[in-house]
Design a protein. Structure first.
Length: 180
C-alpha cells in the first residue's frame, strides 16, 4: 500500500502528501516489478513530486542474507507477522529488485517530468527543505489507498512506448498476481 506522509514546518504549517500505486518496471525478460514512488523534491519541477526511491544493492543483499538465516531478526519478524507463503513471495520480490538494481544505469527520477535531479526529505527529524532550506520534518503518517496509475517503465524508469494491446497484456499479468 502507498504511504501517507506529513511535511511539517517549524511554524506549525503542515502539508499532507500521498503515495500512489500502479507503477511497474518491466525487466528485459518481461518480469514485472511493482514500485511505490515517494514524495521528494524535484529540482526541475521545483515542487514536491512522486519520485522513485531505490534501495541499494548492499541493502537488498543484506535483507536476503537475513531471510536466509531463520534466526535473524528479519526472518523472525516475517515468521511472526505473516504466512510462509508471504515470506517466500517477499524473498522473490527482493531477488527481482536486486536484479533490477544490477541492470540499472540511471539515478532515480521524478515520475511526473522524468528528470533525475531529485532530493529526498530526511525522514523523522528536522532538516533543511531541499528546495527552500526551511527546516521541515518529514514522516510517514499512515497508509493510503489510491487509484492505480497503471504505468510501465524500463529498468531505468523510462516510460515504455507500448501499444494498448501490450499494455493490456502487461496489466493482465499484474492482475493475475504474476508481478512482484
Amino acid at each position: 500500500m502507498p504511504g501517507a506522509f506529513t511535511l511539517e514546518w517549524r511554524d506549525g504549517r503542515t502539508e499532507h502528501l500521498f503515495g500512489h500505486r500502479g507503477y511497474y518496471y518491466v525487466l528485459p525478460d518481461r518480469t514485472i516489478l511493482s514500485f511505490l514512488p515517494d514524495p521528494a523534491w524535484c529540482r526541475h519541477c521545483k515542487k514536491i513530486r512522486l519520485c522513485e526511491h531505490l534501495r541499494g544493492q548492499e541493502s537488498l543483499q543484506q535483507e536476503l542474507r537475513d531471510l536466509a538465516d531463520p534466526n535473524s531478526k528479519r526472518s523472525l519478524e516475517l515468521a511472526i507477522g505473516s504466512t510462509p507463503e508471504f515470506a517466500e513471495t517477499w524473498k522473490r520480490k527482493l531477488e527481482v529488485e536486486l536484479r533490477l538494481s544490477t541492470l540499472r544505469q540511471m539515478p532515480p527520477s521524478c515520475i511526473y517530468c522524468g528528470h533525475r535531479d531529485v532530493a529526498y526529505f530526511i525522514e523523522g527529524r528536522w532538516a533543511p527543505h531541499p528546495g527552500t532550506g526551511e527546516e521541515v520534518r518529514f514522516y510517514g503518517s499512515g497508509m493510503c489507498s489510491t487509484n492505480f496509475a497503471v504505468r510501465f517503465y524500463d529498468v531505468d524508469c523510462n516510460p515504455l512506448t507500448i501499444t494498448d494491446e501490450e499494455k493490456a497484456e502487461l496489466w493482465e499479468h499484474v492482475r493475475q498476481n504474476r508481478a512482484y
